[in-house]
Ligand binder design. Structure first.
Ligand code: GUN
Ligand code: ZN
Length: 443
């Protein structure tokens, strides 16, 4: 057996480490709990995981002396971002002009997704998509593939090969979609069970029962989806809810017996603590109470809500009702995979409602908060010994204007908020997934 010196599986990153030990809530920046800033520290990585985080002026353990240091002094080292709602095939339609949700689906999205029946398209699409996540600072994601089993298989295979934390599953849709983009209840059930058996719990993969949205599933398919959630309690559930007013009206026509859009899912047992529902802009108080009772979360998708003109999500009201909120790009309704840009959009959405979102709250939500709500806090979300080395290194400024602005900042929040608001993927220096470099700006 080949002998590998221990340091070859080890790395040391040096920089300013920022992560969050508690929810900063909607408190002013200087009152927010949980902010952990560790300037000039070394992150020691052994194989796939973080071994230690130590001040740079502290001596290293002797067996780490030969490990070369990757010097990122003056840069931020953050946990990789967690995007809780994004569509792999929709890189093909990002930035499509001129429509709201239902037209957008029919005009751009459904035709593009039809192409993923071809295994070669699915394979290439999965590789392109995961690489794109990494090059935007995202290391974990909950992803919509297409209705085609092969599209989710390709994502699982590529994520498993790169030891990336991924949650996905073939999309359920058996009506109101074009030929080539519909399944049926029996085939869909077989495909889901196959994927659960093949992928769920393998490496860092989890299966999600993935319902496109209520209008695209027959009542029979929703019953089947609920039965899957009951039969396999470890799986996730993802779907869309109450995104757009015309969509909400259509759901009430299609399901006249349901109390509300959310109730269509709830009555079939689809709302649980592993449920992630995108948008939730137009939920009523009753719906929020149901979400809270079951511990399900809303994947707030700011750039998508703005781009598709869907509405202004009331983040404070949703959390005040006890509902968990995570952050998502929702590409291709969303206009950027970069969660920094989505944070900047989230800030503006709250500002339009007279609320303020701190950088602490936004960053917590995209890291430790998402990890907690997904039940993955022992794996991702912090720069902490024992967790996976899923990390992103960021330049605070790559433009003269940002550099100038940061030079005038009088405290850490002011600096980090300006970075969050002015920065994007061009600020990203490198991304590590399970200790492996998956993106490097230099390359
Ligand atoms: N509702 C149903 N499908 C979709 C989708 O692909 N994107 C968004 N934003 N909403 C949806
Ligand atoms: Zn979506």
């Amino acid at each position: 057996m080949a002998f590998e010196p221990p340091h070859l599986s080890r790395r040391i990153l040096r920089g300013d480490v920022l992560d969050f030990l508690a929810d900063p809530g909607f408190l002013p920046p200087h009152e927010a709990p949980g902010v952990r800033f560790r300037p000039d520290h070394r992150v020691l990585i052994d194989q796939q995981r973080i071994q230690a985080v130590v001040p740079a002026d502290q001596a290293l353990p002797p067996d780490w002396a030969a490990v070369p240091e990757e010097d990122h002094r003056g840069r931020l080292i953050l946990p990789g971002f967690i995007d809780t709602h994004v569509h792999c095939p929709q890189l093909d339609v990002i930035a499509s002009f001129g429509t709201e949700l239902l037209d957008w689906l029919n005009t751009y999205t459904f035709p593009a997704e039809t192409r993923y029946a071809d295994p070669a398209v699915s394979e290439l699409g999965a590789r392109r998509f995961l690489q794109a996540l990494w090059s935007h600072g995202t290391t974990s994601a909950m992803v919509f593939a297409t209705v085609h089993k092969v599209s989710a298989d390709a994502l699982f295979a590529h994520a498993a090969a790169t030891h990336m934390r991924l949650i996905t599953g073939k999309v359920l849709m058996d009506r109101h979609a074009p030929d080539g983009l519909r399944d049926d209840v029996a085939q869909a059930e077989r495909d889901c069970i196959d994927q659960i058996q093949q992928w769920h719990g393998k490496d860092r993969q989890s299966f999600a029962v993935t319902i496109r949205f209520a209008p695209c599933s027959t009542p029979e398919q929703l019953v089947m989806a609920g039965a899957l959630c009951a039969a396999y309690p470890g799986v996730y559930m993802q779907t869309h809810v109450a995104e757009n007013r015309a969509e909400v009206a259509w759901v009430s026509e299609l399901f006249p017996d349901a109390r509300s859009y959310l109730d269509v899912y709830d009555r079939d047992g689809l709302i649980g603590e592993r449920g992630v529902l995108a948008h939730g802009i137009w939920l009523d108080d009753n719906d929020l109470a149901v979400m809270r009772e079951h511990g399900a979360q809303i994947a707030h998708s700011p750039s998508s809500n703005l781009f598709l003109g869907s509405g202004l999500f009331d983040w404070r009201r949703t959390e005040a009702a006890g509902v968990n909120v995570s952050l998502a790009s929702d590409v291709g309704g969303g206009t950027s995979l970069c969660l920094l840009r989505n944070m900047a959009d989230a800030y503006k959405i709250q500002a339009m409602q007279g609320q303020r979102l701190t950088a602490w709250k936004a960053l917590y939500t995209a890291t430790a908060g998402a990890a907690k709500h997904l039940g993955l806090a022992d794996e991702i979300g912090l720069v902490e010994p024992g967790l996976f080395a899923d990390l992103a290194v960021w330049d605070l400024a790559v433009s003269d204007v940002t550099q100038h602005r940061l030079g005038l900042a009088s405290n850490l929040h002011e600096q980090v908020f300006a970075w969050m608001t002015l920065g994007d993927e061009r600020n990203l220096v490198t991304t590590l997934v399970a200790g492996h470099t998956r993106f490097s700006r230099a390359s």
